[in-house]
Design a protein around this ligand. Structure first.
Ligand code: SF4
Length: 420
C-alpha cells in the first residue's frame, strides 16, 4: 500500500512500516538462553500478506506480484497450508484465538471476489476472533465498491486501511498510483458507511510537492469521515524505480528542511482536528489507535503468513521468503517457506521492546520492561539514554522515558542506539 512500518511483512519502509522489528543482535550475553518470567507470551495477533497488485508503484519495495493474478489460487493454497501448520504447531485442535487480525499487502482487495471469499473461508476455519477484536483489511481506493465492502463486512472486518497517499491528482501521478482524488474521496465515504472505522495512509515530501500542497492534503483528510491517519515521508529504497531515477537525477527529493516542516504541519493540522499523535507516524481519534501495530511496538509476539512475513513466536523470529513465487513453491512443495530464523535472547527482546516502544509518543516505562524480562535491563542502556538526553532527544521522569519534539525527528537514531 504505502511505505510502512511494522506490519509483520519484511519490507524496508514504513507503518511499518520497515516493517520487521529486528535488531540483528546475536545475543551473546548471559541472558541469551533465558526466557521471560512466565515464558514467552502466546501470540494473539496475526498478519497475513497478500502480494497481488495491479502494477508496482515506483517507490514500492514490498513483496509484491504485479500482473500475476493467475497465481491467486496457488497463493491461497499456500496460505491454507501455512495457517494449518501454525495451528498444528500450537498443539491444540482449536482455531487460533486472536485479538487482532491484519490483512495487508500488496493489495488484499486485488483478489477476485471468489478468491476473497475463499480467503475469508480459510480464516474462518482457522482463527477465532475474541470479543472486541480488531480486524483490519488494506484496500486501494479504486477497488472499493459495495461488493468488496459487503464481503469484508460479512467476514467481520471492522477497520479498513485505504492507501490514499494524496488528494492531489498530480502527486498521485508522480507516485504512480492508479486512483484519482475523486476515487479516494468516494472510497473513504463509502467505506465509512459500510465499515465505519477508516484509516488512511498519506505520503509527504514527494518530488515537486510544496508545504502548501501538503497542508491541503491534511485539510482534505480531516474533512472526511476517517478515524486514523498514518503519514510517511517518501523514502527512496534501494532496488526501487524511484531510487534509480533519483540516482540518475531524474527525481529531486524535497529539501530536508521542508520535509521537517511538513512533518510538523501533520502534527499541527491533525492535532487541531482532534487526532491524537500517538506514534511517530500515526494519528488517531480517541479510541481508534491501531491495536495491531501496538502489538509490534510492544513486542507481544505475533503470527505472520505469506511472502516476506515475519513472525515472532516463542522467542523465535521466522521470516518467509520475500519472493511470492518462491514462497508459493516452497509452501506447496515442502510446507515451509522460511528463509531465515533466529532465536531472540532476553536482552535482545528487552532492547527491541525499548527501541520500538519509544516510537510511541507517550514513551515507555523502563521499570515495566525490566519487569517483563525479569532483570534490570534498563541499566544496560543507561549510557545510551544519557547521551540521548544530552542531545535533547529524550526526556526522563523516573523510569519513564519519551522522545522530545526534537527527538521525534531523530527517532531512527535513538532506536538504533538502543538496539546496538
Ligand atoms: S499499491 Fe503500490 S505501493 Fe502499495 S503494495 Fe502495491 S505496488 Fe506497493
Amino acid at each position: 500500500m504505502g511505505p510502512r512500518v511494522n506490519t509483520g511483512e519484511e519490507h524496508g519502509g514504513h507503518e511499518s512500516q520497515d516493517g520487521v522489528l529486528r535488531s540483528g543482535r546475536s545475543g551473546d550475553s548471559p541472558e541469551r538462553k533465558r526466557s521471560p518470567p512466565g515464558g514467552w507470551p502466546t501470540p494473539r495477533s496475526l498478519y497475513l500478506h497478500v502480494p497481488f497488485c495491479r502494477h508496482r508503484c515506483g517507490y514500492c519495495n514490498f513483496s509484491v506480484l504485479a500482473g500475476r493474478d493467475d497465481l491467486q489460487d496457488r497463493f491461497l493454497d499456500a496460505i491454507e497450508s501455512e495457517v494449518r501448520g501454525v495451528r498444528a504447531r500450537t498443539g491444540s485442535e482449536s482455531p487460533l484465538l486472536l485479538d487482532t487480525l491484519y490483512l495487508g499487502g500488496g493489495t488484499p482487495t486485488q483478489l477476485t471476489d471468489a478468491r476473497l471469499q475463499r480467503l475469508m473461508r480459510i480464516l474462518r476455519e482457522n482463527v477465532t476472533l475474541s470479543p472486541g477484536a480488531e480486524f483490519t483489511c488494506e484496500a486501494n481506493p479504486e477497488d472499493v465498491d459495495v461488493t468488496v465492502l459487503s464481503r469484508l463486512k460479512e467476514a467481520g472486518v471492522n477497520r479498513i486501511s485505504l492507501g490514499v497517499q494524496s488528494f492531489h491528482d498530480s502527486k498521485l501521478q508522480t507516485l504512480q498510483r492508479s486512483h484519482s482524488r475523486d476515487h479516494a474521496i468516494g472510497a473513504i465515504e463509502l467505506a465509512a458507511k459500510w465499515i465505519g472505522n477508516v484509516t488512511i495512509d498519506l505520503i509527504f515530501a514527494v518530488p515537486g510537492e510544496t508545504l502548501a500542497d501538503w497542508r491541503q492534503d491534511l485539510e482534505c483528510a480531516v474533512s472526511l469521515p476517517i478515524r486514523h491517519v498514518s503519514t510517511y515521508s517518501l523514502t527512496y529504497e534501494k532496488g526501487t524505480q524511484f531510487w534509480s531515477r533519483r540516482k540518475r537525477g531524474g527525481l529531486t527529493p524535497v529539501d530536508e528542511a521542508v520535509d521537517i516542516r511538513m512533518y510538523r504541519a501533520s502534527r499541527q493540522v491533525l492535532g487541531d482536528a482532534c487526532f491524537d499523535h500517538y506514534e511517530i507516524s500515526s494519528f488517531a481519534m480517541p479510541g481508534y489507535r491501531s491495536q495491531h501495530n501496538s502489538v509490534y511496538w510492544n513486542g507481544y509476539g505475533w503470527y505472520a503468513l505469506g511472502p516476506g512475513a515475519a513472525r515472532f513466536v516463542e522467542g523465535r523470529r521466522h521470516v518467509n521468503h520475500r519472493s511470492p513465487t518462491t514462497y508459493i513453491k516452497r509452501m506447496l512443495e515442502t510446507g515451509d517457506a522460511t528463509a531465515e530464523h533466529e532465536s531472540i535472547s532476553l536482552e535482545q527482546h528487552a532492547r527491541e521492546i525499548a527501541a520500538f516502544g519509544i516510537r510511541q509518543i507517550d514513551g515507555i516505562d523502563l521499570a515495566e520492561v525490566d519487569r517483563r524480562v525479569g532483570y534490570e535491563f534498563s541499566r544496560t542502556i543507561e549510557s545510551v539514554l544519557e547521551s540521548c538526553e544530552q542531545s535533547k532527544w529524550l526526556c526522563r521522569n523516573g523510569s519513564h522515558v519519551k522522545l522530545t519534539s526534537r527527538g521525534l525527528l531523530f527517532a531512527d537514531s535513538v532506536e538504533s542506539m538502543i538496539l546496538q
